[in-house]
Design a binder for this molecule. Structure first.
Ligand SMILES: CC(C)(COP(=O)(O)OP(=O)(O)OC[C@H]1O[C@@H](n2cnc3c(N)ncnc32)[C@H](O)[C@@H]1OP(=O)(O)O)[C@@H](O)C(=O)NCCC(=O)NCCS
Length: 179
């Protein structure tokens, strides 16, 4: 429907339930990169579960509580970014990201998240954007740092994944720190 250019060959667009087949094919390419860190690709393992994932975000968008966007590179869905949580009343949001291996190392996610933060702070008047990641996930914390976020702390053994409880590092940026 609409499309924001990230580079000459990459676009950010809404990712919706009708695109479940394309999303599942992409998830199959992304599992290798994503599975070590987050239970995201694992939630979409067949067409029904991929559709359910996209529908959950569509329902979240209708409640103004979540939003999901895909990144297309040369016409192929290669990753995305989302408001995992969005609370306009309190003024806080949390942003998540993922890429399949072919799309990493090009700055696509950093560019895409800038669009989300700009919209959250400038259009919606939010005050705080958070980034949660495993402290061993250096590629992820590098994105947070590149965006100007500050590391605020560590939630110890905060989420079960891959057979153990994992720590979560919290990064954040405030509206008045964003330019
Ligand atoms: C987290 C993840 C999305 C980061 O991917 P990424 O490609 O490193 O991030 P970006 O798209 O912002 O690209 C940054 C890289 O492109 C390079 N780059 C090239 N041009 C760039 C530009 N114009 N702007 C910014 N970076 C640029 C950067 O130097 C960096 O590479 P480096 O780390 O080798 O220095 C990816 O590792 C991933 O999908 N991981 C699995 C899922 C996951 O962990 N999600 C986050 C959960 S918290």
């Amino acid at each position: 429907m609409f499309s924001i250019d990230l580079t000459e060959s990459a676009q950010l667009r809404p990712l919706e339930p009708w695109q479940a087949k394309e999303f599942l094919a992409h998830m199959d390419r992304a599992r290798e990169t994503v599975d070590p860190w987050i239970p995201w690709a694992s939630r979409s393992h067949d067409l029904a579960s991929a559709t359910a994932t996209l529908q959950r975000y569509a329902d979240g968008t209708a409640r103004d509580a979540q939003r999901l966007y895909g990144i297309w590179l040369d016409g192929t869905l290669v990753g995305g970014t989302m408001f995992v949580a969005f609370d306009a009343e309190v003024g806080n949001c949390e942003i998540g990201v993922w890429l399949e291996p072919a799309a990493t190392g090009r700055g696509l996610v950093t560019r895409a998240v800038r669009v989300l933060i700009d919209w959250a702070f400038r259009t919606r008047g939010l005050h705080r954007a958070e980034w949660h990641c495993n402290p061993d996930n250096v590629d992820s914390s590098n994105v947070a740092r590149r965006l100007g976020m500050k590391r605020e702390g560590l939630l110890r053994e905060a989420y079960p994944w891959n057979g153990k409880r994992n720590d979560t590092e919290i990064w954040a940026i405030l509206a008045h720190e964003w330019n």
